[in-house]
Design a protein around this ligand. Structure first.
Ligand code: HAM
Length: 444
């Protein structure tokens, strides 16, 4: 602390450091947000269980090369969105922009090919893409992800889509599934050429950016948001008309399976997705009300595992953005279970009572009762206000008198009715009251 002598000019306090701020595109998940996040995680776990998926979590950091090989050098993700750096050992590393590549690596590295196939795994965690931040688009975002590895049959694609649909049903969010097939390395090059020939006839109507895309990744022109291209794309040749026989059969089977269970979907001939590893089936999940961006997407990636060094293994999967789903749940006011309310709040008056309260807190906690306290507050009023705020069912109050009598006050926080009981019997008395309360709150 600077001290001024009588004739000194006042010493200016050192400049205050700027308030710390979030890194652009990142966001905090605050305590008040968790009911929505937990609701989603619980539904993901339930659906994973129903459909036989087991949890896997891979590291957030992987070698950069894994993503460049898996996702593709001409994709936006690899070209401009990865957070990459060279670490102290000279390794080129990247924060994962998606789950699939890491899971494919884990499948190879842990010899999962020798397990009964398919191997079905699910995950949820944070991802990183250096995109332009806007509504529903962050630089750190969470995905939940489902993968089925080691299965070529279209029935796997259909069941994966049905699992995704079951999840959105449980989330109480109406969605539309857009489905397409992008073929395989046999038929796609021919389709690509047909597409290039078509766009060449439209060059005069295309922007410079679109012309650049035409030479690098012409398929991505199909889902462009540019107005001129939307018009041009209306008559563009469709991939489904240029599939080889195997891809066509696969697509037909997928649709037949979905029709069999009367699942409603939308065929979307211009759906191509922004990642290079897809073969055959691709799909996206869209909300109602003409949402600006998809909740999720996925598809088949039969060559990825071989491309990154494993044995040829067919696979299919999907991922959804959790922030976008949280925003929709809030917007639609879907009821989610509130934060867990403590059963009991312990209030105390005076130092000696506080000691006893501390002991009681530990005893009750060991018995499995959820207990809350605010031992640092001294006034009874402010302690009871806290009990009220956090929604405790009962408050236990120990004051000087109770301390002397070996008693405790049980206060029903709902109606304010208080009763003094023998402190030895407090557990029993609480259990009785909680049971009674639970019985009353069960809907008829
Ligand atoms: P993706 O379409 O790149 O696919 O991402 C899936 C979902 O993640 C998107 O639909 C979106 O909801 C969310 N998402 C992506 N980027 C952002 C962002 N910057 N901010 C907020 N949310 C975002 C994949 O990642 C594939 N790995 C899916 C997959 C799994 N394919 C096969 N298996």
């Amino acid at each position: 602390m600077p001290i001024n002598k009588p004739d000194d000019k006042p010493v200016k306090p050192a400049k205050k450091a700027a308030t710390p701020q979030l890194v652009r595109g990142m966001h905090d998940i605050l305590p008040t947000d968790w009911p929505w996040w937990n609701f989603i995680f619980n539904k993901v776990e339930e659906v994973a269980m129903c459909y036989g998926y087991e949890r896997i979590e891979t590291p957030i950091l992987e070698k950069t090369q894994l993503f460049t090989r898996a996702i593709g050098n001409t994709t936006d993700i690899v070209e401009k969105e990865m957070f990459s750096f060279v670490d102290q050992s000279g390794d080129h590393l990247s924060l994962r922009p998606e789950y699939t590549a890491g899971i494919a690596r884990a499948y190879i590295e842990h010899g999962m090919l020798s397990l009964p196939q398919p191997v079905k795994m699910f995950s949820y965690g944070p991802h990183f893409r250096h995109e332009r931040p806007q509504a529903g688009r962050y630089r750190q975002f969470w995905q939940f992800n489902f993968e089925v590895l080691g299965e070529t049959e279209a029935v796997a694609d259909s069941q994966l889509i049905l699992a995704a649909a079951a999840l959105f049903e449980r989330l109480q969010l109406p969605v539309t599934f857009a489905i397409n097939s992008v073929g395989c390395p046999d038929c796609r090059p021919k389709y690509r050429q047909v597409l290039i020939d078509y766009y060449r006839t439209k060059r005069s109507e295309m922007s410079d950016e679109a012309k650049k895309r035409l030479t690098r990744n012409p398929l991505r022109l199909l889902d462009s948001k540019e107005e001129a291209l939307i018009e041009i794309n209306k008559n563009a040749p469709q991939c489904v008309d240029h599939l080889c026989e195997n891809c066509r059969n696969h697509f037909v089977k997928l649709l037949e399976h979905l029709d069999e269970v009367e699942f409603t979907y939308q065929l979307s001939p211009n759906l191509v997705r922004g990642i290079d590893y897809y073969t055959r089936t691709v799909f996206e999940v869209w909300g109602e009300d003409g949402a600006a961006s998809a909740f999720g997407g996925g598809g088949r990636y039969d060559n990825l595992i071989e491309e990154i060094g494993g044995r040829a293994t067919a696979a299919v999967g999907f991922a959804c953005g959790i922030e976008r789903i949280v925003a929709e749940l809030k917007k639609k006011q879907v009821p989610v279970p509130p934060r867990q309310r403590p059963d009991i709040f312990i209030a105390s008056l005076g130092e000696a009572a506080r000691k006893k309260a501390l002991k009681l807190f530990e005893d009750l906690r060991r018995q499995g009762v959820t207990v809350a306290e605010s031992f640092t507050k001294s006034g009874l009023k402010s302690q009871l206000e806290t009990a009220n705020k956090i929604g405790a069912s009962f408050a236990l109050v120990i004051g000087q008198k109770e301390l002397m009598d070996d008693t405790i006050i049980i206060r029903d926080m709902e109606n304010g009715i208080q009763e003094t009981v023998d402190i030895q019997k407090v557990s029993l008395e609480i259990a009785k009251r909680l049971e009674h309360k639970a019985a009353r709150s069960v809907p008829a």
